[in-house]
Design a protein around this ligand. Structure first.
Ligand code: NAD
Length: 320
């Protein structure tokens, strides 16, 4: 099997390659050529850790495997980031393990690529202002991927912890874009595209904040109980997601579904917009991408990075 170490990923993978991999796997999901396995996520009762597996099989890209890992909130004392994961790929012809690939940076890149795919297909025409809600680790990756796919002229941002906003200002400066810290009503009014990427458990962006036409990529809610958007805003939007089953159980739509405000049938896969089977935004005032994060995304970027690592002779080969 091959091993691609976490420390090598930054030199091998970039937002463009991640975007291509994620766009292709969303299309494969919509064509029913690729499917995700049920997610396992357990509070293990040790170090307050959440550990789990996300896996799947892509019959068109021949990617089989899983990402194992989770969230260790006390990792600072070990000098490590709290999110830790590794992607394992298996040979679909034989079942033999074919690669172990560091999954930490790849998770950020694949998550940012998913919202970038939604922005490419769903942003309102002539969108100029990107609104960022959230200023944690993922937010910089989100902003870079969004700027890579669409020519924004300005970034505005809000975060529940204002002391973290410098991350957004620094990332915007790196991209050559002006940045302004604003309150949520101003963000909802001015932004043409909004990315929310916080670990909130109650609504931040309210229905009355958003004037439209607007596209919202809701990326922070990936667990039961988390919530970033007012359910009335979700109800008002034309809704897309990576996977409907996850959207209604662990994604942003879980709350509007539980309140009986929307039905599962109202939620479409973003992949169907990529394949041209769904018209996407059409005449919608507000579009929403509920990005929950699926195992197939992890496999897609890990497979891509393995391909590049092999080409460059960086993948180490070990016998098991
Ligand atoms: P981080 O810990 O670096 O940053 C956390 C962010 O959430 C900051 O903006 C912080 O101000 C805010 N926050 C913290 N506690 C909050 C609270 N109680 N209420 C409201 N906001 C709060 O985290 P990160 O790595 O940037 O991840 C952000 C979110 O994205 C997390 O919820 C994470 O699980 C989620 N995530 C989703 C995917 C996906 O595929 N959808 C992938 C990776 C991460």
């Amino acid at each position: 099997m091959y091993v691609v170490a976490e420390k090598e990923i930054a030199g091998l993978m970039n937002p463009e390659a991640a975007f291509e991999a994620i766009e292709a796997v969303f299309a494969a999901m919509a064509r029913r050529k690729a499917y995700n396995f049920p997610v396992v996520r357990e509070a293990i009762g040790y170090e307050d850790a959440l550990y789990g597996f996300k896996g799947g099989f892509d019959a068109s890209g021949l990617a089989l495997g899983l990402k194992a890992g989770g969230y260790w909130p006390n990792n600072q004392k070990h000098g490590l980031i709290n999110h830790q994961s590794t992607v394992f790929l298996f040979d679909p012809d034989t079942g033999r393990v074919s690669a172990a690939v560091g999954g930490n940076l790849l998770t950020a890149l694949r998550t940012a690529a998913a919202s970038a795919v939604s922005i490419k297909y769903l942003a309102p025409k002539g969108a100029k202002v990107l609104g960022m809600i959230g200023a944690g680790h993922q937010s910089a990756f989100q902003m870079r991927a969004a700027a890579n796919v669409h020519g924004f002229e300005k970034v505005i941002g809000w975060n529940p912890h204002p002391e973290m906003l410098s991350r957004l200002a620094d990332t915007a400066a790196e991209l050559g874009l002006p940045f302004e810290a604003v309150d949520l009503p101003q963000l909802g009014e001015e932004a043409d595209v909004i990315i929310s990427i916080t670990s909130s458990f109650s609504p931040l962006l309210l229905n009355e904040h958003v004037k439209g036409p607007t596209h919202i990529a809701a990326m922070g809610t990936d667990t039961k109980g988390k919530q970033e958007l007012d359910p009335a805003l979700v109800t008002r939007a034309r809704i897309f997601t990576d996977e409907v089953a996850q959207s209604i159980s662990i994604g942003e739509c879980q709350h509007a579904i539980a309140a009986g405000l929307i039905k599962e049938e109202q939620i479409s896969e973003l992949g169907a917009v990529v394949t041209g089977d769904n018209p996407g935004r059409a005449d919608a005032e507000v579009t929403l991408f509920d990005g929950t994060g699926v195992g197939l995304q992890d496999l897609a970027v890990a497979q891509k990075v393995l391909e590049i690592a092999k080409e460059k002779g960086i993948a180490q080969q070990v016998e098991i």
